[in-house]
Structures are given as structure tokens and as C-alpha cells.
Design a protein around this ligand. Structure first.
Ligand SMILES: N[C@@H](CCC(=O)N[C@@H](CS)C(=O)NCC(=O)O)C(=O)O
Length: 276
């Protein structure tokens, strides 16, 4: 999927591992679409040039003041190096950042990058539904994933920075509860898949966005020491049984497992950390 760059239909720059990037890689694996991935660990992206031709900074890149941009989300206060061309293609300046093969079109927001993969692979499998109504229902669910991701992001970033509060946790917990209530009802109405009678982009984005919450797992002991629980309750599988069954099915699915399974298993078996 990521091997032969000359055949890649989309180039994506991101920190890795990143469950939001996996929305695209899972869709690509399922549709047989070739992707080119670029990037490195989150803490290394400050030493990369954010560009269509993303790469580790050279000495000349470091001397160029025109690319300096102070990071906002997840890179708060860090000086990042984003080229003017990158910001023209990606006006919000975020990763994952996708490009058409010639670099002319920038596609941002991980759900929309996954939509691009599904459209490019539409001839192979209908990940984007069978008709405009199904496609729009898939979009409805993708919008809820974005809202959930946005509402839980301050909590997850706070956890990474060891700076959390009861208020932050309450907001993230409410985001989990309202989103998973809705996903549970959607599965009750149309299961086993979220839309239609087969796997769709709605299932892909649901699984990847929920995976973001696994970051809490090894940090539960630290949270308990702060008098806090995770945003996703320990008894989540009992409270949302259809969600839990669906997530278990998806993480084992051949298109999902190469990205999700090892990552989730590692976080589930990681020793409890006394510091985040
Ligand atoms: N909703 C977006 C989230 C993307 C996002 O927030 N990316 C952050 C990293 S977690 C970023 O690129 N920040 C760069 C900056 O703030 O300059 C998506 O799903 O793609």
C-alpha cells in the first residue's frame, strides 16, 4: 500500500503512529489504493519541513525564517517549519495532510482524507455507500466522529502534558457518553454495520476515533492518583454492548488489524504508569 511511490494516488504527511491517519490506510487497504506516507514520531515533526515534499530539515531550511509557524494544537508553543505552499494547500496547517500526486490539491481533516481514498477506490468496493442517501448517512456519522474528536482532544492533549482537571475530564466523558449512545442506537437500528449491509467509511472512522481513547489505558494509575477516572468508563463494554462487539469485530478485520491490533494490544498490556 505504501511501497511504490510512483503509483501512489495520494501522499499523506503525518506524525506516526496516528489513529486518524489510519482512517486513510485502512480504507486504502480495503480498496486496493496505493498511498505514499511521510512523517515521523510526533516529537520529531518540529525537525521536519511541513511541505508537499515533507522531509527532515536541512541546515538551509533551518536558516529560512519565512517558514516559522508556532504550533497550536498538540504542538502548542513549538516552532514548526511550514512552507507557504504547505499553508496554501493546508490553510489550517494541520496533520494529517494529504496531497494529490502532483501536490496541486491539499486535502485536510482526517475524515475527508479517508473520503478521498474511498472515492479513488470506488470502483473496487463501495466504502462510501450505494447511493446518495447512504453516502450522506455516512457523512452524518463522520461529522459526529469529528465533533467527538474535537471534544475529547483537550483531554487527550492534557493527559499527554500531565495537565488535567475534573472539568476537562467531565467534558470528555460527556463527549464519550453522547457519541457512544448514538453509535449504540445506530447499530441497534441497522447492525452489524453502521450503514447499509457492509463495511463503510462510517465503520472505519468510528474505529479509529475510538482508538484515540486507548491512550488513556496506561495512564489510569496516574489518573487515579489525581482522583480522576478515564473519560471512557471502565464498564464501557457493558454500557454500550453493540459498540463493544462492533469494535472487537473491526479491530480483527484484515483491513484494520495491521494498523489497530498491535497498537491497541500494546496499550492494553502496557504497565500502569505513575506519570503520563
Ligand atoms: N480534526 C483534525 C485534527 C487534526 C489536528 O488537530 N492536528 C494537530 C495535531 S493533533 C496539528 O496538526 N497541529 C499543528 C499545529 O497546531 O500547528 C483531523 O481529524 O485531521
Amino acid at each position: 500500500m505504501t511501497g511504490d511511490c510512483s503509483r501512489a494516488l495520494l501522499r499523506i504527511f503525518s506524525y506516526q503512529p496516528n489513529p486518524r491517519l489510519w482512517k486513510a490506510t485502512i480504507a486504502a487497504r480495503h480498496c486496493g489504493v496505493e498511498l505514499e506516507l511521510r512523517g515521523a514520531a510526533p516529537e520529531q515533526l518540529a525537525d521536519w519541513l511541513w511541505d508537499f515534499d515533507a522531509r527532515p530539515l536541512t541546515a538551509a531550511d533551518r536558516d529560512d525564517p519565512s517558514t516559522v509557524q508556532v504550533g497550536r494544537i498538540g504542538f502548542g508553543g513549538t516552532a514548526l517549519r511550514k512552507t507557504p505552499a504547505f499553508l496554501a494547500a493546508h490553510p489550517f496547517g494541520t496533520v494529517p495532510a494529504a496531497f494529490s500526486p502532483d501536490g496541486a490539491v491539499g486535502i485536510f481533516e482526517s475524515n475527508s482524507i479517508a473520503r478521498a481514498v474511498a472515492r479513488l477506490g470506488a470502483a473496487q468496493v463501495g466504502l462510501y455507500g450505494d447511493d446518495p442517501y447512504q453516502a450522506s448517512r455516512i457523512d452524518s456519522l463522520l461529522d459526529t466522529c469529528l465533533v467527538f474528536g474535537r471534544d475529547t482532544q483537550p483531554w487527550l492533549l492534557g493527559l499527554r502534558a500531565a495537565s488535567v482537571s475534573a472539568g476537562l475530564r467531565a467534558q470528555a466523558h460527556e463527549a464519550c457518553a453522547s457519541w457512544l449512545d448514538g453509535i449504540e442506537r445506530a447499530l441497534l437500528a441497522s447492525g452489524p454495520w453502521l450503514v447499509g449491509s457492509r463495511l463503510s467509511l462510517a465503520d472505519v472512522c468510528f474505529a479509529c476515533e475510538l482508538t484515540m481513547l486507548w491512550y488513556e489505558r496506561p495512564r489510569r494509575a496516574w489518573l487515579a492518583a489525581q482522583g480522576l477516572q478515564g473519560a471512557l468508563p471502565d464498564a464501557w463494554a457493558t454500557r454500550w454492548p453493540r459498540v463493544a462487539t462492533h469494535f472487537a469485530t473491526l479491530r480483527a478485520h484484515p483491513a484494520f488489524a495491521p494498523d489497530l491490533e498491535a497498537h491497541l494490544a500494546r496499550l492494553e498490556s502496557a504497565p500502569a504508569e505513575s506519570t503520563p
